[in-house]
Ligand binder design. Structure first.
Ligand code: NAD
Length: 280
């Protein structure tokens, strides 16, 4: 069994990005990434802090807009418009989830798709669906990079994607389909999940339910990717019962240290891509 070490690969990618940022700065271009955080969700604060720190590590300039939970949709759109027009800003990230009175769809659509480093804008999702991506959603993009790093060819493989969310499941399925995999997407209404997962060469879970994926649900020698993040007894765990599942697979991602660090690395990668689209 081989651990798909997202932490190590993220360090490698970040050092390449750092070098590219250095070269850009010599040309007088400083990549800039703006974060908007509405409200005081503790997990969201942790994520934004981690992403801000990663920007610092590689020399990307970051701006943080912290807005109170009472912020109206109109006020938030005004800030987004300002950032859309700001030439110092190459990427805009609105940390999700948003307070319930704000429409996530309208906010995502307000972001200039050329600064949509999260890849959530319908333009970018549409391009991905057509097999011609511009910005790809960071979490599935990071998983594709992990496959590449470990020379895992997804072409012709049977992949089962558990979870069909907009952040991971849907874009992941499209990326795999574009790469020639045969993809089956499962979700909360899927009947007999085990019957499906057992046939997977590659099994990816992005649900957020600890121990959803147990040993009996996994084929011998399969590749397992765990996107889930949950807290159990103050410990971060994924969707996969790692201890038992890891004994029968060929490759597996750990939680933490698998998909999470790759997500952040790809955010930085997308910010550089935004610079290249505009300035280089
Ligand atoms: P989401 O929350 O938008 O959707 C969850 C999906 O899981 C839905 O499609 C739902 O139908 C499905 N589902 C729920 N219960 C199920 C069950 N019992 N069986 C099968 N399917 C079920 O998805 P998301 O935003 O991708 O988040 C999923 C998890 O991944 C969360 O734990 C989140 O914290 C984590 N996450 C981690 C990273 C990372 O960088 N590691 C990035 C994004 C999300």
């Amino acid at each position: 069994m081989v651990i798909l070490d997202g932490k190590a690969l993220s360090v490698k990618i970040k050092s390449q990005i750092k070098e590219e940022v250095r070269v850009l700065k010599e040309k007088g271009i400083t990549p800039g990434l703006a974060f908007i955080l509405v409200g005081d969700n503790p997990a969201s604060q942790v994520y934004v802090n981690m992403k801000t720190k990663a920007c610092e590590e590689v020399g990307i300039y970051s701006i943080n807009h912290r807005m109170p939970k009472e912020t109206t949709e109109k006020e938030l759109i005004e800030v987004i418009k300002m950032l859309n027009d700001n030439p110092m800003v190459h990427g805009i990230l609105v940390q999700l989830p948003l307070p319930k009175h704000i429409s996530e769809e309208r906010i995502i659509e307000a972001i200039d798709y050329k600064k949509d480093v999260d890849g959530f804008h319908p333009y970018n999702m549409g391009r991905l669906a057509r097999g011609n991506p511009l910005f790809s959603s960071c979490t599935p993009f990071g998983i594709m990079k992990l496959f590449e790093e470990y020379a895992i060819d997804v072409k012709g493989k049977d992949v089962v994607m558990v979870g069909a969310g907009n952040i991971t499941g849907k874009p992941m399925s499209l990326m795999l389909l574009n790469a020639g995999a045969t993809v089956q997407v499962c979700h909360i209404y899927t009947q007999d999940l085990k019957e499906k997962t057992k046939r997977a060469d590659i099994l990816i879970s992005a649900v957020g339910k600890p121990k959803l994926i147990t040993e009996d649900m996994v084929k011998e020698g399969a590749i397992v990717v765990d996107v889930g993040i949950s807290r159990v007894d103050n410990k971060v765990v994924g969707d996969v019962d790692f201890e038992n599942v890891s004994k029968k697979v060929s490759y597996i991602t750990p939680v933490p240290g698998g998909v999470g660090p790759m997500t952040i690395a790809m955010l930085l990668y997308n910010t550089l891509l935004s610079v290249k689209i505009r300035e280089v």
